[in-house]
Design a protein around this ligand. Structure first.
Ligand SMILES: *Cc1c(COP(=O)(O)O)cnc(C)c1O
Length: 360
């Protein structure tokens, strides 16, 4: 028996891929505080009817078998809502997984992804995991994007991919559809519109799908569908996109429980999303209450959260010490002094407003 060569430093950890060396893992704090308004979930749990029906359906699942790889029942149910064939709908573990799959399928080291700033922090992170270089285009001073600016961005950078959240996060503002169209028509790119919040307001690009051959629209069950504890998102697209995503998805990527839960949610869509109108009204109430505070600038929002700016440098900590957790953007480029608050239950929002008044 011959021993292998002595390893120089057997206890050394394996270095991570060099292009991931500086990465900070994604993650808003999950702290146990009284009022958690930092991750844009819906404050009310899904209705009892959903849990009851799901519990019944779980009885019939064959968990000793792999799940349906195509998630056909779920995709068919989703497709029906949009008048599309199921071949044009894809589903995965949250819209973040779908975005990663899109970047894996269409990105890579030799292809650029165009993102806007301020934008969603997970987009550049997913791009990095998919080894896809990012070019960043700045939104204007009001955090808006005009059609002419959109056309110039893609003309300047010639990206292979464009990804914008609409309504945008963390600003809450809508990117008008002419800007989406300009991103498409002045580029060769796959244009991804991330509509995580569209049920709360704004303008959906779904109506443009048939007109714009390289447009895809990504949706999630994590926000308006109040199922963030599930991991489920879906994509509306052309059928060739689904063919390509099947090349990068993991075998049996979407488990049987998630598929079933999604199907039951779609069956009970009216009940599951029944709170959306009230939540949008609550958002408008919270907006006006914030706007009425001295020293607070708040942006208009079409989503279930509000971005606001103050001159109090430690406002995040002051709110936290009063049991209110919001999202801190105050040291980020373009967002100096900004915090983002998720619209919660009226009592949670009142607690936030009271903490604001004490902290300012
Ligand atoms: C919350 C959010 C999502 C949701 O991601 P999931 O993986 O579906 O939970 C997607 N995009 C944006 C912009 C978001 O803010």
């Amino acid at each position: 028996m011959t021993a292998g060569p002595a390893l120089p430093d057997a206890a050394q950890p394996v270095p991570v891929r060099p292009d991931l060396a500086g990465v900070t893992p994604y993650g808003a704090p999950q702290w146990d505080v009284a009022v958690r308004l930092n991750t844009n979930e819906t404050p009310w749990p899904p209705p009892q009817a959903f849990l009851t029906r799901l519990a019944e359906r779980v009885q019939g699942l064959h968990l000793h078998r792999y799940p349906d790889r195509r998630a056909w029942q779920l995709r068919t149910a989703l497709a029906k809502r949009f008048g599309l064939p199921p071949e044009r709908v894809w589903a995965a573990n949250g819209s973040n997984e779908i975005l990663l799959q899109l970047f894996q399928a269409y990105g890579g080291p030799d292809r650029r992804l165009l993102l806007v700033r301020p934008g969603y922090s997970a987009h550049p992170l997913l791009a990095r995991v998919a080894a896809t270089p990012v070019v960043t285009a700045e939104l204007d001073d009001d955090f808006l994007l005009s059609a002419s600016a959109a056309a110039a961005f893609v003309a300047d950078h010639d990206p292979a991919l464009v990804c914008v959240a609409n309504p945008n996060n963390p600003t809450g503002m809508t990117l008008p559809l002419p800007a989406v169209r300009a991103l498409h028509d002045h580029s060769r790119a796959l244009v991804i519109v991330d509509e995580a919040y569209v049920e709360f307001g704004g303008e959906s690009a779904v109506a443009l799908l048939d007109e714009l051959p390289r447009l895809v629209v990504c949706r999630t069950f994590s926000k308006a569908w109040r199922l963030a504890g599930l991991r489920l998102g879906y994509l509306l697209c052309h059928d060739w996109v689904v063919d390509d995503l099947r090349k990068v998805r993991l075998p049996y990527h979407l488990d049987a429980l998630t598929q079933m839960a999604g199907l039951v949610a779609v069956e009970l869509a009216d009940e599951v999303t029944g709170h959306v109108a009230a939540l949008s009204r609550e958002r408008d109430r919270l907006h006006d209450a914030l706007a009425a505070l001295d020293g607070v600038t708040v942006w208009p929002s079409s989503a279930n959260f509000l971005l606001f700016r103050t001159a109090v440098p430690d406002l995040f900590d002051r709110l936290l010490s009063r049991g209110v957790l919001v999202r801190d953007f105050s040291t980020q480029p373009r967002l100096q002094g900004c915090l983002r608050v998720t619209v919660g239950r009226p009592d949670e929002d009142d607690a936030f407003l009271a903490a604001m008044k004490e902290s300012l």
